[in-house]
Design a protein around this ligand. Sequence first.
Ligand code: NAD
Ligand code: IPM
Ligand code: MN
Length: 358
Amino acid sequence: MAYNIALIPGDGIGKEVVPEAVRVMDFLSKQYGFELAYTEFPYSCEYYLKTGAMVPEDGIDQLGNFDAIFLGAVGDLRVPDHVSLWGLLLPIRRQMQQYANIRPIRLLPGITSPLADRTAEDINFIVVRENNEGEYSEIGGRLYSGTDAEMVVQETVFTRKGVDRILRYAFELAQSRPRKHLTSATKSNGIIHTMPYWDERFNALSKEYPDVVTAQFHIDILTAHFVQHPDWFDVVVGSNLFGDILSDLGPAIAGSIGIAASANLNPSKEFPSMFEPVHGSAPDIAGRGIANPIGTLWSAQMMLDFLGEQKAAQSLMTAIETVTGMKRLTADLGGDATTKQFTDTVIEQLATGEVYRN
Ligand code: NAD
Ligand code: IPM
Ligand code: MN
C-alpha cells in the first residue's frame, strides 16, 4: 500500500521531532513493505511572519487530499497564540471534522512516575476529548472596547450531534477494552446549561451500552483523582476544554508531557485524520536537540495503526518501550539522551527484526 501524508512540522521543537518520526516511519515502511509519500508544508509562525497568514487561502482545503496529516507543534513568542492556533491547528481539526481526539496515557517501562509507588498497571487509560465544539468557539465578541464599560462574551456550544458522537465513540472504545469502564468529566454543579445537557446525553446513551461500567466526576475532583487514584481510569471522556486539561495532567503522572501522543480522528474517514504530539512548540528548549520524541513517535504509531499497518505500528510501540526500558531517556525524564540518540536507539531496536513477535 502507498499512503500520501501531509507533513506540517510547524514551530519550535515541532521541527526537531517530526523529522525523527519520519526517519522511523521510513525505516518501518521498508521493513514492512508499504510506501509513504510525504508532502511537507511550511505552515508555521515563520510562514505567518513572512506572508501575513498561517496558511494560504486554500491551504486547509488542500490538506483534504491526503490520507493523513502529521503535525509537530504550532506557537512562537512573536505571534499571539490565538492567532497562530486559530490560523492553523484548530481550523484543520474543524474543517476535517476530526471530532474525536484520542490521547492515550500509559506509564512506560523504565519511566518513573512522579506519583509514589505507581506501576504500569496503575496508569493505563485513554482520554477521549471532544475536538470540534464546546468551549472552543468563535462565537462572542467585545463591546465598548477600551472604555470603562468594556465587556467580552465567549459562548460555549454543545450540539446534540457533537455531544452524542463523541460519547458514542467513547462508549465503543470502552467496550473494546478489557475493563469496559468509562468515566465522564462534567461540571454540572457550576455550569448550568451545557454540563447538565452533557450528563443527560451520557446517561441516555449509557442505556445502549449496558456492558460498559460508568462513572461521572466533576472536573475539579477528577483532577485530584487522576493524581491520587490513576488506577480507577480506563477511558475518560470530556468536552473540548476538560479533555485538553486532562490530557496534559495524564502524561504528567506518566512522567512527562513529552511522551503524550494524539490522534485527531475523523472516524467516518470522509476527511483525513491528523496525528500530532500533545505538547506545544516548547520555546524554552527549542533548538537544543533535547526534546523528547516519544510523543511524536507514538503519534506516528497511531497513524500507522489507523492507516492499516498494524504490524509496523505494533513493532514501533514495542521498540519505544524497549528503549525506555533500557532507560535511554531524554532530559525531561531524567536522562541525558538527545532527541536523535533516542530515535537512533529505537531504529536499532527495529533493525534487530525481533521487535514484532506475532
Ligand atoms: P509546551 O508543551 O510547548 O511546553 C510546556 C513545557 O513542557 C515546557 O517546559 C517544555 O519545554 C516542556 N516540553 C514540551 N514538550 C516537550 C518534549 N517533547 N520534550 C521535553 N520537554 C517538553 O506548552 P506551552 O509552553 O504552554 O506552549 C508553548 C507554545 O506552544 C505556545 O505557543 C502554545 O500555544 C503552543 N502549543 C501548541 C500546541 C500544538 O501545536 N498542538 C500544543 C500546546 C501548546
Ligand atoms: C492541544 C493544545 C491546543 C488545544 C492549543 C494549542 C490550541 O493545547 O492540542 O492540546 O487546546 O487544543
Ligand atoms: Mn493542550
